[in-house]
Design a protein around this ligand. Structure first.
Ligand code: HEC
Length: 243
């Protein structure tokens, strides 16, 4: 019975991974939520490029500042420019109703996206916008076809061109994206770093306690090992006279 359950789980796992990416191979974001410098940069990019539309309603500014070692004056100058207070959750200034009218879909809250979709999905999403003149935004996306989000980082990356491949049934479809050299302000490598920082930040936001939990876990395991040793020695001491 147990063997069957394990086999079933193993059979399902690849399906789950594929399901999340819609069949598209995902890029590896190399998330590291202990990389504070990367998280700080990610928070800055998020405030500059994403918060106009997206909120992080489960994260408070002061909690983030504490976790990411952001000094109070930096928090106030760069992150609270819209008049928010440090103890408030990170709401967006945009109203849902306006957003639906402008984009056809309200930009979702991104608090849990890195957990629901996976960090690699978010990283791939930010890297696979491509030119598509048939959409209202002028772009489309490989992992979220028909996305109503504009390519907000186009100044940095440039607008990638679609790369076509042939599906099994002979139909032409987009299988990749390609950015021309010099299309944006950043090189491909620099753009990867920026999007990785944003992804890293969203992975942190999805579970602010993760770095602490992992650090604590090591101590808990050490304690259990030590305690087991002590308990064993104690048992030997107690049973010495019984035998
Ligand atoms: C101009 C408004 C706008 C800005 C700015 C914006 N987005 Fe979006 N975003 C949207 C909209 C609208 C959607 C919904 C797309 C859809 O479902 O068609 C979306 C969807 C997403 C999704 C997919 C969520 C999901 O699970 O479906 C992610 C991830 C995302 N945005 C990340 C970002 C990041 C990171 C930034 C900043 C670099 C950003 N967005 C900036 C409007 C915006």
């Amino acid at each position: 019975m147990r063997k069957m359950a394990v086999a079933l789980l193993l059979a399902l796992l690849p399906g789950l991974a594929l399901g999340a990416g819609g069949g598209q191979k995902l890029m590896d974001a190399h998330v590291d939520v202990t990389d504070t410098a990367s998280l700080q940069r990610g928070a800055k990019y998020f405030a500059n490029y994403c918060m106009g539309c997206h909120s992080l309603k489960y994260l408070r500014y002061n909690r983030m500042a504490e976790d990411l070692a952001i000094p109070e004056n930096v928090l106030e100058q760069y992150l609270l420019w819209d008049g928010s207070k440090p103890h408030e959750p990170m709401h967006t200034a945009m109203r849902g109703a306006d957003a639906t009218e402008w984009f056809g879909a309200a930009p979702p809250d991104l608090s849990l996206t890195a957990r629901r979709r996976g960090a690699d999905w978010v990283f791939t999403y930010l890297n696979t916008f491509y030119r598509d003149d048939d959409t209202a935004t002028g772009v489309n996306n490989l992992v979220l076809p028909g996305a109503s989000m504009p390519h907000v980082l186009w100044r940095l990356q440039g607008v990638p061109e679609p790369v076509y491949g042939e599906a099994a049934n002979g139909e032409r479809h987009v299988t990749g994206v390609k950015v021309a050299d010099g299309a944006g302000a950043l090189s491909e490598e620099e753009y990867h770093r920026v999007t990785r920082d944003i992804t890293n930040f969203l992975a942190y936001a999805a579970e602010p306690i993760r770095a602490y939990r992992e650090r604590l876990g090591v101590w808990v395991l050490l304690f259990i090992a030590l305690f087991t040793g002590l308990a064993y020695m104690l048992k030997r001491e107690f049973w010495k006279d019984v035998h």
